[in-house]
Write a protein of this length. Structure first.
Length: 137
């Protein structure tokens, strides 16, 4: 009888330990998801830009690249300037933010940094070099 009780106790401890570990991993994934952005296609970005929903388009390239041509209505916030402080141009953490750069590398970096500073509705759509829509100088 003692052997069975001991065996059950050991099994209970093992199973409880495994469940706690799974629970911790689930919490970790949920936290990471809360600090993320969504990658969308350029076609999806065009559809989102057509809506009057208060979105903002953010170009994260350098000033000279922006001046050479950018998406109409986009504001410039260079990736290098995004840090632990929130950009003054983006006061609303809940605003829809559409982010792009030249090729897609900097827009991913910038989107991740924005998410880490508390922005919740970030949509990254790659680079202007493949942009099918209009650009302005």
């Amino acid at each position: 009888m003692k052997r069975i009780t001991s065996l059950l106790l050991v099994l209970f401890i093992c199973l409880t330990g495994c469940n706690a570990k799974v629970s911790t991993e689930t919490t970790s994934v949920t936290s990471e998801q809360a600090l993320s952005y969504k990658q969308i296609s350029q076609e999806e970005a065009i559809q989102m830009m057509a809506k009057d929903d208060g979105h903002i388009i953010v170009d994260v390239r350098r000033q000279d690249e922006y001046d050479a041509g950018h998406i109409p209505g986009a504001i410039l916030i260079p990736n290098e300037s995004i840090d632990k402080e929130r950009p003054k141009e983006l006061p609303d953490l809940d605003q829809i933010i559409l982010v792009y750069c030249r090729s897609g590398r900097r827009s991913k970096e910038a989107s991740e940094k924005l998410a880490k500073t508390g922005y919740k509705n970030i949509y990254e759509f790659g680079g202007i070099i493949t942009w099918p829509g209009e650009t302005v100088k």
